[in-house]
Write a protein that binds this ligand. Sequence first.
Ligand code: 5RP
Length: 232
Amino acid sequence: METEERKRLAGIEACKWVRDGMSLGLGTGSTVSHTVVEIGRMISEGSISVVGVPTSLATRELAMSVGIPLVTLSEVGVLDLVIDGTDEFDPGFSLIKGGGGALTREKMIAQSSNAMIVVADDRKRVDVLGKFHLPVEVLQFEWEATRGLLSALCPGTVSIRGGERPFLTDNGGYILDCNFGESITDPKSLESEILSIAGVVEVGLFCDMCDVVILAGEGGVESIIKEGGRLG
Ligand code: 5RP
């Protein structure tokens, strides 16, 4: 099975957790975009009525194009469920996110959700986080100084996404990609250390947020449910 087909299967499988009347966080990326399109299809056939909060401008556009009514976090307060993609997940359900640069909005929406489902293909499953560069959103202001402070924590390179023409996030920030290698054994304490640096807006480590990973691999799709999680 091709990677694209795996993404599609995982993305669609997540919709089995969607119930009529829910408020949903709508994640960002190529896998969860299949979820967004499927939710739009379910709305158009009349099987559910839901509202969504998008985690990026790109998802906002996609959701609108498939007819998902959008609201803001301040209108709904707490969301029933967020469905999002990931760049890596470890056995403790900690994640590295931000490959698409939307980590700050994604985390804001995840922290305001009663549960989180992640959709992924099996390349994203790791024993230890960090092979995928860890994205950190920073302010443009004096970003090189912020990079210096991040470099003191990171054993590998810290590079600005986009190089000489930096990638701009939806919030007007830059992304610094930190190459930790497969060394992030304590993601929670690394998250706190990085967040203590002034100039850092958010870091793409998501700890104690994900309840279910829907994983598509060679053998089909499996749902890995976190023991003691909110959907267990
Ligand atoms: C965007 C993200 C994405 O969810 C993550 O990069 C996975 O994307 P894809 O499904 O395209 O591999 O965190 O900021």
